[in-house]
Write a new protein. Sequence first.
Length: 148
Amino acid sequence: MLKRYRFWLKAAIVFLFLTAALHSISFFVAPKIENEKDRQLSDLLHNYYHDMGAGFHRTFFDLFTALSACYPLLCVLAGLTLGYLLWKHIEPTLMRRILLINVFVFGICLIVMLVFTFLPPIIMTALIFINLVVAYVLCPRDLSEPRE
């Protein structure tokens, strides 16, 4: 079971959807304002509109929300794509190439998370990345090798 790439791919898909769900919780929970500095920062983030050019006036919270929405969407896109390809039983050589793309993208994502975020997203992205790497390594290189 642990020597089959499909097991690790399914684990990566589970972590992709779990990460998307957990990260989406942040859209429904307001941060706690505990002191005057937090209140000042929150006021500036939510009420200071910066001129972005071309008639766009956005707060930094608007920009943060847009950027924050991209991570769960990336996870859902990868999870649905990999799940669909797994369900359709595509040949391992093609799956290996798709896995390489995902390893590359989530490797860069992990580096960004390590530099700019905190522990929960780092752990979840690392779990996704590790499962994708193992699935890639175990995925047969050509059709002469076993399919699973």
